[in-house]
Design a protein around this ligand. Structure first.
Ligand SMILES: Cc1ncc(COP(=O)(O)O)c(C=O)c1O
Length: 391
């Protein structure tokens, strides 16, 4: 491990050198099944031929210009994103937090256009919206706030899935409600569909923007391009990132109606945002997702994975939740210990929230790798159970 890095991540000593599909190899030749996709990023897996070809060709032509000029790749990406999702306009940036910052700025300026007092953004307890100061303020988990205040004012938090509390919280000072259709870092907790629909109804009735943070759940992960639409809701603003570039950093803020017209010249910007390299990568990802049957196959793979884990009726499993290939397995042991035991066996998994093992495999993972990973995970579950019985 390097002493040159700030010590911000709890890393293993593994050094990966190569990947293909849902498999990874470390520098000692060890082979792993990847149920993490770089935290939901490598949507097309590792070294996907179409993605590699797109970025290789693009790197040889044009990597960066600036947003004073246009590139065919960014134009194509903006058009594809908007037409595929039914949104009107997009702002391109580089990460999830940056996309959420853009959404927050849209909400604030939109609110200001209605009344100077409409500045509050309501978010949900248990949410995660990013690591910048404003997105931390939006994040409804106090543990992330410790030592980093003071935070910008104008954020308030409400209990998820409580319609009455939401109705009370959406007062005349509120410009936007921001939520994740499936809380990712919070433990892979899908919102109740009835709650999400009621939230959208209340926002429409009270002229409040609905921001669906789909940084983790969006771009095919749940078997649909947008999870909010899949759950029956059309948000006003949708920040995206993670899976959009298949591993090349990119974020996007989709907006529709008046929310799409809020930001004018000079209101917002991003030096790297929408550069031709990242845009070419995202176009390759969107093209792959648009292939007939692709999104249905994600749903089927998710059902295979979740169905298998449920069928084990394993004593450590409390609940299997999620949608498509965004899966949380709530366990009654320490999820971190399971992560270690999986790694020892050649399987990468994530954790989330207090009690969940989180699975975000590449969207292209073959059934054979799902089954191989399941076999390793079951061994790890058995091992952790044996440990807990021995102690
Ligand atoms: C829902 C959600 N929003 C925002 C973010 C922040 O994204 P990034 O790490 O790209 O800034 C994340 C990251 O996990 C996320 O899951």
């Amino acid at each position: 491990m390097s002493d040159f890095f700030m010590d911000t991540y709890k890393r293993t000593g593994l050094v990966f050198v190569r990947g293909s599909g849902a498999r990874l190899w470390d520098e000692r030749g060890g082979e792993y099944v990847d149920f993490t996709a770089g935290i939901g990023v490598n949507s097309l897996g590792h070294a996907h031929p179409a993605l590699v070809a797109a970025i290789t060709a693009q790197a040889g032509r044009l990597i960066h210009i600036s947003n004073y000029y246009q590139s065919r790749e960014a134009l194509s990406l903006a058009e594809k994103l908007c037409t595929a999702t039914g949104f009107d306009r997009v702002f391109l940036c580089n990460s999830g937090a940056e996309a959420n910052e853009g959404a927050i700025k849209i909400a604030r300026k939109w609110g200001a256009s209605k009344s100077p007092s409409r500045t509050t953004i309501v978010t949900l307890e248990g949410s995660f919206h990013g690591r910048t100061i404003a997105t931390l303020a939006a994040t409804g988990q106090p543990k992330f706030h410790v030592n980093f205040g003071p935070f910008p004012a104008g954020f308030s938090y409400v209990k998820a899935n409580d319609k009455a509390a939401l109705a009370k919280a959406l007062g005349s000072e509120v410009c936007a409600l921001m939520l994740e259709p499936i809380q990712g870092e919070g433990g892979v907790v899908p919102l109740d569909e009835g709650y999400l629909r009621e939230a959208a109804r209340l926002c429409a009735e009270r002229d409040i923007l609905l921001i669906a943070d789909e940084v983790q759940c969006g771009v095919g992960r749940t078997g649909a391009l947008l999870t909010s639409a899949q759950m029956g809701v059309k948000a006003d603003v949708v920040p995206l990132a993670k899976g959009l570039g298949g591993g090349v950093p990119i974020g996007a803020v989709l907006a529709r109606g008046s929310a799409a017209e809020v930001l004018g010249r000079g209101d917002h910007g991003s030096t790297f945002g929408g550069n031709p390299l990242a845009a070419a990568a995202a176009v390759a990802v969107l093209d792959a997702l648009a292939a007939p049957g692709f999104l249905d196959s994600v749903a089927a793979k998710g059902a295979r994975l979740m169905g298998a884990v449920r069928s084990w009726k394993h004593p450590i499993v409390k609940e299997v939740r999620g949608k498509g290939l965004m899966i949380g397995i709530a366990v009654n042991v320490k999820p971190d210990r399971i992560k270690e035991l999986c790694l020892e066996r050649g399987l990468l998994v994530l954790t989330a929230g207090e009690d969940a093992v989180r699975l975000l495999p590449p969207l292209v993972i073959p059934d054979s790798d799902i089954d191989a990973g399941l076999g390793l995970m079951r061994e790890a579950f058995d091992a952790v159970l044996a440990e807990s019985r021995a102690s």
